[in-house]
Design a protein around this ligand. Structure first.
Ligand code: GLT
Ligand code: MN
Ligand code: MN
Length: 400
């Protein structure tokens, strides 16, 4: 290929992976604004003000910006300061063509939450956590957010001597019920999305996985108002197959939001660029979201390597969206692949004479109980999953 032709084909593929508002790509203020501080080292990047982050998001083609209360409004701001900050931020978002689809509350950063927020032993901390969340809901509603995420990063323990774990569940339930009532009273029409994580920053966090939350939600006073916000890295930290958890949440009608990033197994909470560590599991995830036509935010809860400057942060953010769109295209290719489709059909076909199951009936059960299954004949059917997986790999590696 000549250099010119190569250039043309590169820009063509760049063009087709261009983010558009309909892709619903969003980033948190805390993600682009991450300054690279870690437990061992200080910030490597300057503070980027929220209004500048909104403008960068507009420049790189994102759709939305999400925020914690204190990503935008300092924790001790006066009401007048708060109102000015919000006014100016709204203007910056408008100018950048960016919406605010989700808001959340920081119940983990301030030292007052060292023993948790809604589950803390001190009733005054619990009351403060509620007040802070109500105000964060007011803030999000003012900015147009329709999803309210709750990530209980400090709701956990280093030692189980401090409280009974079922007491923590009860306190959490009480708090979420309270927030739902406030949502109704104020007419905000939020949908709450609960985000799980197994550990970090606490030794163990209650509600360790999305599955824990799916069990908790039906016990609430307004379960219809509450769903989940699964995060790739958090489920992977627990050693789980992320897409399976997402699928279960989706099937239960509870996939209200999603946090996309990546994570190497057995490490600290890395929040890597989407698809950068395990593109194959990212592929199954994107394929799932696109196959079921999930229409919520594709929120990237990740941050750039600590080695980057703010140009590198743009590379990081563009990379998240680009990888999603590449994988989306690969998923369409996978679905359209005749050989793959033929295998899929073959592996789930029924042998003639297979008794019908499905819904219970007395007559059907009689037939089922009297049927003689020919296990040797069943075993003759091939299950060519090696082939199926290699076809997937061929697609992912770009040779098919
Ligand atoms: C924090 C955490 C994330 C949560 C955010 C929402 S804040 O960065 O690591 O997983 O989604 O509170
Ligand atoms: Mn998250
Ligand atoms: Mn995370």
């Amino acid at each position: 290929m000549t250099a010119k032709k190569k250039d043309e084909s590169m820009s063509k593929s760049n063009g087709s992976y261009e983010p558009k508002p309909e892709h619903k790509f969003s980033f948190g203020l805390w993600t682009l604004g991450n300054r690279g501080r870690d437990p061992f080292g200080d910030a490597v990047r300057r503070t980027m003000p929220p209004n500048e982050i909104a403008s960068v998001l507009g420049e790189i083609g994102a759709w939305g910006v999400n925020l914690h209360d204190n990503d935008l409004v300092p924790i001790d701001a006066t009401p007048a300061e708060r109102d000015r900050i919000v006014r100016e931020f709204k203007k910056a978002c408008q100018q950048a063509g960016i919406v605010v689809p989700m808001a959340t509350v920081s119940l983990f950063f301030h030292p007052v939450f060292r023993d948790g927020a809604f589950t803390a032993n001190d009733p005054e901390v619990r009351a403060y956590a509620l007040q802070k969340t109500l105000r964060a809901m007011d803030l999000g509603a003012e900015l147009g957010a329709k999803i309210f995420v709750l990530w209980g990063g400090r709701e956990g323990v280093e030692t189980d001597a401090c409280r009974r774990a079922d007491e923590a569940v009860k306190r959490l339930r009480g708090a979420v019920n309270y927030l739902c009532e406030y949502n109704i009273a104020r007419g905000y029409k939020y949908r709450f999305a609960l985000e799980a994580k197994p550990n970090e920053p606490r030794g163990d966090i209650y509600m360790a996985t999305t599955g824990h939350y799916l069990g908790f939600i039906p016990t609430l006073d307004h379960p219809e108002m509450v769903g989940v916000n699964p995060e790739v890295a958090h489920e992977q930290m627990a050693g789980l197959n992320f897409m399976h958890g997402v699928a279960q949440a989706w099937e239960a009608g509870k996939l209200f939001h999603i946090d996309l990033n990546d994570q190497a197994p057995g490490r600290y909470d890395q929040d890597l660029r989407f698809g950068s560590n395990n593109p194959k599991s990212a592929f199954w995830l994107v394929k799932f979201l696109e196959d079921v036509a999930y229409d919520g935010s594709r929120h990237f809860d990740a941050h750039a390597y600590r080695t980057e400057d703010y140009d590198g942060v743009k590379d990081f953010a563009r990379g998240c969206m680009r990888t999603y769109l590449i994988l989306k295209e690969k998923a369409a290719r996978w679905n359209a692949d005749a050989e793959i489709q033929a295998i899929l059909k073959e592996i789930s076909a029924a042998r003639p004479g297979t008794p019908k199951t499905g819904k219970y009936s007395a007559k059907g059960t009689e037939t089922l109980l009297s049927h003689a299954f020919d296990k040797d004949a069943i075993m003759e059917k091939r299950l060519p999953y090696e082939k199926l997986d290699q076809l997937t790999i061929d697609i992912l590696l770009g040779v098919r």
